[in-house]
Design a protein around this ligand. Structure first.
Ligand code: NAD
Length: 481
């Protein structure tokens, strides 16, 4: 079936593409012009999605398949996503502002999630527990049931696939709430699932306002699991709602992650990491290198090199694949610029950037470098979610770790040094779910990812993530004699 009528997109509810009573306008951030609409799901759509998911779970449409068959299904979904990557890249770039190359990568990464977790579908093995010869005891894993997944706008396709693939591989039915600002490209995951033969009810993807559609889904009594990626306040509201029904959550929240550059760091390696770390996806990455802590001996040189890097970046709309693309909306741009103004008022040194890009009509923010940022400043502690890096000097190793750990977040951290012992000490001292050594964003879909403290709990990616989507059942058998 068609997933849209001309430029109006539909929701995927229990295996059918359905329209809504109202619609959401979707804008191109590089021009701020509306170019499409999508049906907005209401409470009736939520009920229909839940009832379709419940039916799928009750009838065991996924769990009755042999796991090896489910693995085949996952591989087929991966292949269909690869087929849709070009079409999807254009759409994702247009609705989100990101470059077409990065948007295509999102689709390829999404296909990889299905292939990776497809490979695990028939390896979710339980244990046998020795209780002496009068008992046989074993555990096995069963799916949680209905998994509700709430997705943010920065990587809507790959973040969706990151949770959807392990959930389906483990036999769950999934209801996804797509983000208001980028709700289109994510629907192609439903198209891929439909083409690959995913049973009806195993997936619904609903667009709609977080506070209505999202809130109705997470408060629904038949939900068995909530996976949320997004901001801290929304995550906290969802955790409160989940507590009412005692529903387990995976929470992937924000970050204010620091790279620690010691005096012996390889300067080119560091600068290259800064480029990807804070300017990739216009800095709208939860695990962005939003802070850079630099040992005093190389401080001036690093500030100079990072400023030179920022000034040399090409800026433009996603279709031209520049180094720096617009942020997702004019509202997001204005929030970032407000934070830059406040950082200056607080006494941070604006080295370059800090303003909108003149001559470009959309949501463009100049690549921005602040130096001499101190822990008292808001810029040191709060997520900007834009192309803005805060640089702070340090003298000793202890001071570096104290500064790095000096926010309420703990998502990722990085260390740049040639000294392997210091790198190991850093990995122990840095309070974060993942520590990068000498390359920001080292790792991949195979490496567990998630935060400590306000950055959330639970892990996505890697083999470990699969176990969030199952629950353990123990069977204890008395042997009669
Ligand atoms: P957001 O919290 O505003 O929205 C995220 C999603 O939650 C959207 O789909 C929204 O509609 C929905 N939502 C809003 N209110 C809701 C409610 N009451 N109940 C249910 N759903 C609701 O976040 P955002 O602005 O879309 O994304 C940016 C944030 O996401 C940043 O803080 C970023 O750090 C974080 N993020 C984290 C990760 C990670 O893996 N740790 C990845 C990407 C983004």
């Amino acid at each position: 079936m068609l997933n849209r009528q001309s430029n109006h997109w539909l929701n995927f509810v229990g295996g059918e593409w359905v329209d809504g009573k109202t619609a959401i306008e979707v804008r191109d951030p590089s021009t701020d012009q509306v170019f499409a609409t999508i049906a907005s799901a209401d409470v009736d759509d939520v009920e229909n999605a839940v009832s379709a998911a419940r039916q799928c779970v009750r009838e065991g449409r996924l769990t009755r398949q042999r796991p090896a068959e489910r693995a085949e299904l996952m591989y087929r979904i991966g292949a269909e996503i690869r087929e849709l990557a070009e079409e999807g890249a254009l759409l994702a770039s247009r609705e989100n502002g990101k470059s077409i190359n990065d948007a295509r990568d999102e689709f390829i990464e999404s296909a990889r999630y299905f292939e990776y977790y497809g490979g695990m579908a028939d390896k979710i093995e339980g244990k046998s527990i020795p209780l002496g010869e009068d008992y046989i005891d074993f555990t096995y894993y069963e799916p949680q049931g209905i998994s509700v997944q709430i997705v943010p706008w920065n990587f809507p396709v790959s973040i969706c696939a990151r949770s959807l693939a392990p959930a389906l591989a483990a036999g769950n039915a999934v209801i996804v709430k797509s983000p208001e600002l980028s709700p289109l490209a994510i629907t192609l995951l439903a198209t891929a699932c439909e083409r690959a033969g995913l049973p009806k009810g195993a997936l619904s993807i609903l667009a709609g306002p977080g506070r209505a559609t999202g809130a109705a889904l997470v408060a629904h009594k038949e939900t068995n699991q909530i996976v949320f990626t997004g901001s801290v306040p929304t995550g906290q509201a969802i955790m409160r709602s989940a507590a009412e029904n005692s529903v387990p959550c995976v929470m992937e929240l924000g970050g204010k992650s620091a790279a620690v550059a010691f005096a012996d760091a390889d300067m080119d390696q560091l600068v290259c990491s800064v480029k990807g770390g804070i300017f990739f996806n216009a800095g709208q990455v939860c695990s962005a290198m939003s802070r850079l802590l630099v040992q005093r001996e190389i401080y001036d040189e690093v500030v100079g090199r990072v400023a030179e890097l920022a000034q040399g970046l090409s800026i433009g709309g996603g279709k031209d694949n520049p180094d720096l693309t617009p942020v997702v909306s004019m509202q997001q741009r204005d929030g970032i610029l407000d934070m830059c103004r406040q950082a200056e008022e607080d006494g941070a040194r604006l080295v370059t950037g800090g303003h909108a890009v003149e001559g470009l009509p959309g949501a463009f923010v100049q690549p921005t470098v602040f130096a001499d940022v101190t822990p008292q400043m808001r810029l040191f502690r709060e997520e900007v979610f834009g192309p803005v890096i805060a640089i702070t000097p340090f003298d000793t190793e202890e001071e570096a770790y104290e500064l790095a750990n000096g926010t309420d977040y703990g998502l990722v951290a990085g260390v740049f040094t040639q000294d392997i012992s210091r790198a190991m000490r850093a990995s122990q001292a840095l309070d974060a779910g993942q520590v990068f050594v000498n390359e920001w964003f080292a790792g991949g879909i195979e490496t567990p990812f998630g935060g400590n403290r306000l950055s959330g709990y639970g892990r996505e990616k890697g083999q470990e993530a699969l176990y969030s989507y199952v629950r353990t059942k123990n069977v204890a058998i008395r042997v009669s004699r």
